[in-house]
Ligand binder design. Structure first.
Ligand code: 5AD
Ligand code: SF4
Length: 474
């Protein structure tokens, strides 16, 4: 397969990522797979020869966005073909896994549909797509246009993906776990990402060391159910045959150069003693935890098959705050799950008031085909969902602003990540994952610098860089 265009330029790939951080990680890995094939990164779809949509299936709107983007790409492809060029369209991610062949039926311009477990096979899939394109160019008919790979291969993709290449601005994602066995009744993840799988400890530690060498000072451990992690222990381990997430975090903290550790996303049922203890005794583990609760009503939590009630959640929060009093808690809520009454929703509002969240994501329940929630009685009207979401978001927004305000006037270490919107501005993250805007040179990006927080807003803070690093080098 040719990796140069007819004008002699290298071919370019543009990857559009939807959804969660697992997809961000996967998109980077796909770029790593394509690089040895000669693909450079394109700035946008217009100057790409290969466009990949790394999709999300979690809510209905997420998948609809993919189909409208595919409609636009089909038009681009037709325009290019009219002038003798081509555009290869790949759909990856959870929509690919869930809908498979349906995508090619609905949008025949799609060349490849590849599920999240098969990314290491992209080179073969591209070769196959190119072969089919050549047959078509020769004017022959072809039964079955697109190339499909949504298998869950026996081998782990992690054993076949290349080592991660670049680290952006000191911060890196490291995927340690995939899939989920919890089967919450609203959720497609157990179907799209498959059964729970933990990477072996030695593979995770090797990747963490590579990331540090490539410039990472912050590592965020990723998994759909990251704290269910139970990876095979290293041969030399005296700590049992598998390690929990808490044990793994202690080992990552021992790698020279790791200044910050985070992990996401967790389930309340898997917050074990070792992990809670790590929040108290691993200084690099940041004082922030995203712990989705989904609802404050025991009845709804039961119907969601969450395996925990509101008291269990509150006890975990108390224990975490016992070892780490400044912990910033974040969570997810779903409003309007089937059967949710006004009283159930009040329980959710009360839980928010009692716990206090520094940040939160909240969604209207979206009925997903194939999940038990789809067929449940008592589906809630859209207008009711909308009113509940507005009330919940108002309360959560107030709490987020209060949390941000509570840090104003203090100096905190900020890891600067990117230029700000205004010239001469940089944006970074506090230990509690708030965004901070400050005036400062671009060379602060990728570094942790003490910053005095001067103003608090709903979604961010303003600050002044006060770190010695800045004064010396400016
Ligand atoms: N409807 C609405 N929100 C959902 N989530 C997952 N599935 C659904 C659904 N069917 C939310 C949950 C989860 C987050 C990633 O997305 O709150 O924690
Ligand atoms: Fe989905 Fe529940 Fe698994 Fe989270 S724990 S990925 S919400 S099934």
């Amino acid at each position: 397969m040719s990796n140069v265009r007819s004008d002699g330029q290298r071919k370019r790939v543009f990857i559009r990522t939807y959804g969660c951080q697992m997809n961000v990680y996967d998109s980077d890995r796909m770029a790593d797979v394509l690089r040895p094939l000669g693909y450079a990164l394109a700035a946008g779809p217009a100057d790409a020869d290969l466009v990949m949509l790394n999709t999300c299936h979690i809510r209905e709107r997420a998948s609809e966005k993919v189909y409208s983007e595919l409609g636009r790409l089909r038009d681009d492809k037709a325009e290019r073909r009219a002038v003798g060029r081509d555009l290869t369209i790949v759909v990856a991610g959870c929509v690919a896994q869930a809908e498979g062949e349906e995508i090619i039926k609905r949008q025949p311009a799609v060349d490849i549909v590849v599920g999240p477990q098969a990314y290491h096979r992209l080179p073969q899939l591209l070769a196959e797509a190119e072969r089919k394109a050549a047959i078509r160019r020769a004017g022959k008919r072809l039964p079955g246009a697109g190339v499909l790979d949504t298998e869950f291969p026996a081998e782990s993709k992690f054993d076949h993906l290349p080592a991660p290449q670049g680290v952006r601005a000191g911060s890196a994602f490291l995927s340690i776990q995939e899939g989920c066995d919890k089967f919450c009744t609203f959720c497609v993840v157990p179907y799209t990402r498959g059964a729970e799988y933990s990477r072996p400890v030695s593979a995770v530690l090797a990747e963490a060391r590579q990331l540090v060498q490539a410039g990472a000072i912050e590592i965020t451990l990723l998994g759909q159910n990251v704290n269910a992690y139970h990876g095979e222990a290293p041969a030399s381990s005296l700590d049992g045959s598998t390690w929990s997430l808490g044990r793994l975090i202690r080992a990552i903290a021992e790698i020279e150069g790791v200044a910050r550790i985070r992990y996401t996303t967790s389930h309340p049922r898997d917050m074990d003693d070792e992990l809670i203890a790590a929040h108290g005794n691993v200084p690099q583990l940041m004082p922030y935890l995203h712990l989705p609760v989904q609802s404050g009503s025991d009845r709804i939590l039961e119907a969601m098959n969450r395996g925990h009630g509101r008291d269990h959640f509150r006890r975990i929060v108390d224990r975490l705050r016992g070892v780490r009093p400044d912990l910033a808690l974040s969570t997810d809520f779903i409003v309007g799950f089937p059967g949710e009454s006004d009283a159930d929703f009040d329980d959710t509002m009360r839980l928010v008031s009692e716990v206090g969240f520094a940040s939160a994501f909240s969604f209207k329940y979206s009925r997903r085909p194939g999940t038990p929630g789809w067929a449940m009685p008592g589906q809630v009207a859209e207008t009711v969902k909308a009113a509940r979401l507005a009330a919940l978001q108002a309360l959560l927004g107030e709490q987020a602003r209060d949390f941000n305000m509570s840090k104003v006037g203090t100096s905190v270490p900020v890891l600067f990540a990117e230029p700000g919107r205004k010239p001469g501005q940089v944006v970074g993250k506090t230990p509690w994952l708030q965004s901070v805007y400050a005036d400062g040179p671009a060379r602060l990006i990728g570094r942790i610098v003490d910053t005095r927080l001067t103003e608090g807003h709903a979604n961010s803070l303003a600050g002044e860089v006060v770190g010695r690093d800045y004064e010396v080098a400016a």
